[in-house]
Write a protein that binds this ligand. Sequence first.
Ligand code: NAP
Length: 291
Amino acid sequence: MSATLLDGKVLGLRVEETLVERVAALKIKGVHPHLAVVLAGDDAASQVYVRNKQRACERCGIQSTRIDLPQDVSQEKLMQVVADLNGDDSIHGILVQSPTPDGTDEIAITEAINPTKDVDGFHPANLGRLVMGQSDGLLPCTPAGVMKIIEDAQIDLKGANALVIGRSRIVGMPLALLLAQKGIDATVTIAHSRTNDIENLCRNADLLVAAIGRPEIIEADWIKPGATVIDVGINRIEDKSSKSGSRLVGDVDSSAMEVAGYMTPVPGGVGPMTISMLMSNTVRAAEMKLH
Ligand code: NAP
């Protein structure tokens, strides 16, 4: 048996097509969706992420403005930039690319963003809505992307055992809340670095989400036959046979494809969906201004 591939690239482009229509409808009403991306420092991976986000904006018809700040930017300056963007009525979404430089307080910066412009979905007000069972606001992009993949594949999670490995505030924790919400109805277990006997938890999981950041740590024989496997992990490993000398792998060994019922690839699974959900949040933030 080989798992059905859950292709996030194709699904992400389909999501973007629907956004193009919503953006056009907004423009007719005089609202031009506009995302501000703040990039502090010279982290090479962040440069690539920001470029990809700006390209997605172009595909969707969303205006994007990039604000570059030096590596030695002060906390005060970052907070001022966020305050200015909060006060700018032409900006609907604000994203401060993570990680911010050493010596700056990323949580304080997140908390300074107006929750209605918080298109990353990390502000305590937006995360708090999840705890209250309200999932119609600005959701964190990676968990929202995972939920979209599951919905699109019509995977029924009612009463299913869902295991989320990883408890970060940006992926594991909010995703666990989304999976447990009424209407999705999974029975959720959250595992982390102190969890005992992860292998057996995996063997009992109808849905396994790996958001760990350890290359191929989940082995094929830990997977329940027919289970849905969502691999959030993005890890760069050495590969002398590749031109660049390295390649990207997930947290799950790709041989799990032979056991799982559905599985996301890395790359091309959750990654592209995260960007599509950012676009979706930006359009939603612009639409919320109309109401
Ligand atoms: P993180 O903040 O470092 O959290 C990692 C989580 O994994 C922690 O809860 C940690 O447990 C747990 N963990 C670490 N080692 C473990 C082990 N051996 N067994 C079980 N649990 C273990 O990372 P993150 O920001 O959530 O990201 C996780 C991965 O997803 C990374 O590879 C990241 O690059 C990727 N990611 C991908 C996307 C995307 O768009 N596809 C978006 C965001 C992140 P403790 O809490 O006990 O430390």
